[in-house]
Design a protein around this ligand. Sequence first.
Ligand SMILES: [Zn+2]
Length: 375
Amino acid sequence: MKIQSVHKNDKLEIVKIEEKNGKCYAYALSSPFYPDGKGGQLGDRGKIGNVDVLAVSERDGFVVHELSGIIEPGIYNVQINQLRRKDIAQQHTAQHILSAAFIEVAEIETVSFHMGEEYSTIDLDIPYVEPEVIEETEDLTNRIVQSCTQVEEILTDVEGAKAFELRKPLSDKIKGEVRLIKIANLDISACGGFHVDNTGEIGVVKIIDLEKVKGNLTRVYFVAGERAIRYFRKYNNVLKSLSRQLTSSIDELNQRVEKILDELREKSSLLSKVSQDYAELLKRTIENSDFVYLEGYTEVGNFLSKIVGNQFLVFYDGSKYIIGSKKYDVRNFVKALIEKFGGKGGGKEEFANYIPNRKLSATDFEAVFSEVYNK
Ligand SMILES: [Zn+2]
């Protein structure tokens, strides 16, 4: 695996310790730990002495390690998580190949790259990409991966780099040593991250999603190596579980779900009609009462504002009380309930909601009704 060669041994000198907000930060002038987010890449994890490295950043010429425990300045043995590095190298080299393949297939340039813990993204300099282009690019990427091509590292300087046809021109900020990553005649890019030695080590690259971003760019989400296998395993299990629950083959899942949703829409509409009929029936039974307490379903509660008349109605729908009346200002009632029993609520003159801290009884409401309206 090709890694940056600025720190050649596995010793690390911590020159300064800072404790802030319960966290410990260890400062070094140079470190084998790759910083988080540098060049779009994930940073290293591992141990400094016996404590874990939780995050790595660069600040004012120092490499800053956030640690799980406190240590003193000094020279430490370090251990770097090599499995994580291998994963990072797979995702990063996959990105070089994917970006080169987009150029090869459709002359689409990559403008940025970001690696996450679950998936990585590249932003393409185009607002929309045809599905056929995505498939062709994915296929070409995997053919290159499976061709087991050597990934060469060329160390040169800014002047020396001019002899190569780089995928992206060198940034003006780059001075001194320049590291080029060359994958046969397909791609040559300046890059300081981790890469595999041979494209075959990437295993497989899968584009998993597309998103339009920043108005005119397309973000391509992808996974490579073991992440691709984990991704396939996870979603394959989801599909198998759905197929079992919906008693349908995976190929017919879409049709099955459409049918279920259609049935659900029909049932909802029927339930709404039945609830309205029921609310109107209720209206007839309570017409001659002054105070009415009822318990029922939300679906019925939804129609109460249409049926409530001069009587005072308290309706419990299983989670909240709906209070309505055309004769009394119900806001006074809700206010009194909150004063007496806590909870919260509010609404308009003829209709309000009340959510108590506990369920109340019809007698509780009747008592408050008498107090508020002198009944
Ligand atoms: Zn790279």
